[in-house]
Design a protein around this ligand. Structure first.
Ligand SMILES: *Cc1c(COP(=O)(O)O)cnc(C)c1O
Length: 219
């Protein structure tokens, strides 16, 4: 299937309230422009270096989301233009984003990444840490960030029940925080599991290979 077909196929599967982040990591700017020309404006990258190479070559109305683990010393390179950082996985990173956003007189939107997968490999905050950070944010501790929601990744497995359990767990935490202060975004679901994520309450999905094709896994 062509990228165009892939894209409309995915769009057709998303209910109106679900936002799409097109995950363009490893794909060249020409291909990203193709999807842009189909109307997509929100793209996700997981590496700062790669994003910095692509950013100047693509239209300025793209909203870039950083979705991969971010080292604190790299925040300064993207603070001026990044729309949303979805992968905030430590208090230290949140403080750094707050500081760098302040230097540019802007507020950066962030999602707190919650560790929901049973696997040991995934980054993310524990539920208690999430609540603690959110409380601090609510009390005004990070004036230059806007915590707009939560992000999570389920275990990489064929066991749908496991995936569902993890997504529902994140939804529960989301609902709890949402009572304290209203949140917009629950980002969960990728190419293989986004339909389950949506069933479990996701209103934003991060889809890469189902649009752009398989990545070169040697990279
Ligand atoms: C790569 C990536 C995605 C997209 O994965 P696909 O399986 O290609 O859809 C989503 N979220 C994160 C955090 C990623 O790193």
């Amino acid at each position: 299937m062509s990228i165009q077909e892939n894209y409309s196929n995915i769009k057709d599967q998303l209910p109106g309230h679900v936002h799409l982040v097109a995950v363009s990591k490893t794909h060249p700017v020409e291909v990203i422009k193709e999807v842009y020309d189909l109307g997509q404006r929100v793209f996700g990258e997981n590496k700062v270096q790669e994003l910095l190479e692509k950013y100047p070559l693509l239209p300025k109305d793209i909203q870039w989301h950083l979705i991969g683990h971010l080292q604190t010393n790299k925040v300064k390179y993207i603070a001026e233009f990044i729309d949303t950082i979805q992968s905030v996985d430590s208090p230290k990173l949140l403080s750094e984003i707050n500081k760098e956003a302040g230097k540019h007189n802007r507020k950066i939107k962030v999602l707190l990444q919650v560790k929901i997968a049973e696997e040991e490999t995934k980054f993310g905050l524990e539920a208690e840490e999430v609540k603690d950070l959110f409380q601090k944010f609510k009390n005004g501790e990070f004036p230059n960030v806007e915590i707009t929601g939560l992000m999570g990744m389920a275990t990489f497995t064929d066991d749908e029940n496991q995936v569902r359990k993890e997504f529902l767990n994140l939804k529960r935490i989301f609902d709890e925080l949402n009572q304290l202060k209203s949140l917009q975004t629950l980002s969960m679901g990728m190419s293989d599991d986004f339909p389950i994520a949506i069933e479990c309450g996701a209103n934003s999905v991060r889809v890469g290979s189902a649009i752009f094709g398989r990545r070169d896994y040697l990279k």
